[in-house]
Design a protein around this ligand. Structure first.
Ligand code: THU
Length: 159
């Protein structure tokens, strides 16, 4: 038996000033999107902004349901709508941020496993990776060049 290791590389920032204008704009758009969240159950408001290669920005926010599992995360709302509206357009970057008065976050929001899987499929589909910016309202955050470090050894069909 051999011991193996998977290393995860990412960048961190302490202030939105460290982002370039495209990245900063995307995070600001994601923050705006938190205001459209329908989250009466968790009171946890998430916004996602997807930048496409053609310059379009698609927004999403979490949409909850009284039958809890029927709700959907902000990231998947945005990615699925981008897939519908611009099926042939590559995703260049995705930013996500969350707001909660009830349960304030101490660090950047981390996408759930299901959203990571959908990001992974987006990369497979476009045969190219995209940037993932996980931001916190205090201006800090993390940047990943690809979904891979957030979902190593991920599942995919060999079709
Ligand atoms: N949520 C998101 O929209 N994205 C994330 O990255 C984490 C969780 C939503 C799902 C649910 O509406 C609420 O946040 C609390 O889990």
């Amino acid at each position: 038996m051999k011991k193996e290791k998977i290393a995860v590389e990412y960048q961190s920032f302490a202030s939105f000033q460290e982002l370039d204008s495209k990245e900063r704009n995307l995070v600001e758009k994601a923050l705006e999107a938190t205001k459209q969240a329908y989250a009466p159950y968790s009171e946890f408001y998430v916004g996602a902004a997807v930048l496409l290669k053609n310059g379009e920005i698609i927004l999403g926010s979490n949409q909850e349901n009284g039958a809890y599992p029927s709700g959907l995360c902000a990231e998947r709302v945005a990615l699925f709508y981008a897939g519908h509206a611009f099926p042939n357009e590559e995703v260049e970057a995705l930013a996500v941020i969350a707001h909660s008065d009830k349960d304030p976050l101490t660090e950047a929001v981390a996408p759930c496993g299901a959203c990571r899987q959908v990001m992974h499929e987006t990369q497979l589909r476009q045969k190219n990776s995209f940037k993932i910016i996980l931001a916190h309202e205090n201006g800090s955050g993390l940047i990943f060049d690809s979904i891979y470090p957030l979902l190593p050894l991920s599942f995919h069909f060999n079709k």
